[in-house]
Design a protein around this ligand. Structure first.
Ligand SMILES: Cc1ncc(COP(=O)(O)O)c(C=O)c1O
Length: 450
């Protein structure tokens, strides 16, 4: 490490004494001072190219001037008045915009909250209230948040379920269609959607299908390591939902707002979900979530079944309106698509050189680079991922990994070609340093990741 990080270290030591460990997944001691676009600066004055976007929550980049302006203007007028009791104009404007960009040719309504977690809790409530059924189906290795409902829907790690039970009942988890690590050792040509047959088998033996209220799926499984389902899987799942009046819920908290090169991940599949869940990038870093659902579904619950005093905060609403404007005006969706293709190409070139890279996958600027110990066994190379991310940070690139071994490439969509090229060169240098044994094991004590 050649750069100075004394101030960072001091703050991290103090943080350790007072912050609950359940709220942090450690990678390296970076203490943020300011951010601009795709660059962040730490409290020691070091600059980093951000490939994480605050966990995909800053698609418009750091402190976009239009977003900052909207926040300041609103803060000078009024900071909050709860929409639970009174009304404000930006709430209505934003709801109309969200309805407009969300897929589905039917009347919709919006429910606002503060985080992806609470929105997913809302989905459980809405689905049960509307259908009169109790069962919810989600996926193994999914992460939907950490309120009780959302964590009960999640199945990513034992730590997030251990010791906190009983969880919300009647939520069932099924395997995500992961074609790289297919549970049935099939490939695309011979795949007969065996993983979906598992669900059909569940329906036969222990989950009465007429009691299923909703299936909640991420159109790209984010924290599972950016896994893309085959289109035929989504088509068949959707048909199944329609046949048995099960609500199809697209969970877009991580993949929404242009991240995948379309407004929402589900836009890559030709279907109209009954409910779309959004948060993270919706308001460029201001706390906000939204559930956009068919009007009749929204009409099924009365107040205060899903209501938050601080929900639909006007500053967050104005930030969200500015966010949508920026995404449209700066053509960020197309930029995400085109730059994403380029980034995948660069990683595929690296894959030709380094057997450490087992798979490169993604849509738009939501890209996963899966590191393996062996291309045949596909055993995850967790230490490699941790060491490479740590070395990248030392060299000025903020890179993380999830699903043990998958490098997470989700930069702000405003990142330019020069910045991404610089970041990619540093990643390749770090891969080489890892392969040559130049990254010490001590790093593993710090960069723990998911
Ligand atoms: C797909 C997905 N859903 C839900 C959440 C939870 O959102 P929040 O942390 O805003 O509650 C996350 C957060 O990482 C996520 O990636």
């Amino acid at each position: 490490m050649t750069v100075k990080i004394d101030n960072c270290i001091d703050i991290v030591k103090e943080d350790d004494k007072v912050i609950c460990p359940s709220a942090r997944v450690p990678y390296y001691p970076l203490v943020v001072k300011r951010g601009r676009g795709a660059i962040i600066e730490d409290v020691d004055g070091n600059n980093y190219i951000d490939l994480l976007s605050s966990a995909a929550a800053l698609n418009t980049g750091h402190t976009h001037p239009k977003v900052v302006d909207a926040i300041i203007k609103q803060a000078k007028e009024f900071i909050h008045y709860t929409p639970a009791y009174m009304y404000h104009e930006s709430l209505v404007k934003l709801a109309k915009e969200l309805i407009d960009i969300t897929p589905g040719h039917f009347n919709k309504k919006v429910a606002f909250g503060l985080s992806g977690s609470d929105a997913n809790d809302g989905v459980i409530k809405l689905a049960r209230a509307y259908t009169g059924r109790s069962k919810i189906i989600t996926y193994i290795q999914s992460y939907h948040g950490s309120t009780y409902g959302a964590i009960s829907m999640s199945a990513l790690s034992l730590n997030m379920r251990r010791k906190i039970g009983p969880l919300v009942p009647d939520i069932h988890h099924i395997p995500y269609p992961d074609c790289y690590r297919c549970l049935f050792d099939k490939n695309e040509e011979i795949c007969d959607l065996e993983c979906l047959k598992l669900l059909e088998n569940d329906f036969k033996h222990y989950i009465p299908i007429e009691e299923v209220a909703a299936i909640v799926i991420e159109p790209i499984a984010g924290d599972a390591g950016l896994v893309i389902p085959p289109k035929k899987y989504i088509d068949k799942l959707y048909s199944l939902c329609k046949e048995y009046q099960i609500l199809f819920v697209s969970e877009e908290v991580q993949q929404g707002f242009g991240r995948t090169g379309k407004w929402f991940g589900i836009n890559h599949f030709d279907i109209e979900p009954d409910i779309v869940v959004m948060a993270k990038s919706i308001a460029s870093g201001m706390p906000m979530s939204a559930i956009v659902a068919k009007e009749e579904i929204m009409q099924s619950m009365g107040a205060p079944a899903h209501l938050f005093t601080m929900g639909g905060n006007p500053i967050a609403c104005r930030a969200a309106l500015a966010t949508i404007e920026v995404i449209k005006e700066e053509n960020l969706i197309n930029h995400s698509k085109e730059l994403g293709e380029y980034v995948k190409e660069r990683f595929n070139e690296m894959k030709d050189k380094y057997s450490l890279i087992g798979d490169v996958r993604g849509l738009g600027l939501s890209i996963g680079v899966d590191l393996v110990k062996d291309r045949d066994t596909k055993e995850k190379a967790q230490n490699a991922a941790a060491k490479i991310c740590y070395r990248c940070w030392e060299k000025g690139v903020l890179l993380t990994f999830f699903s043990n071994s998958v490098l997470r490439i989700q930069p702000p969509l405003v990142i330019n070609k020069e910045q991404i090229d610089k970041a990619l060169n540093i990643i390749e240098e770090s891969i080489n340093e890892y392969i040559n044994g130049h990254i010490p094991d001590e790093v593993l004590e710090i960069a723990k990741g998911w």
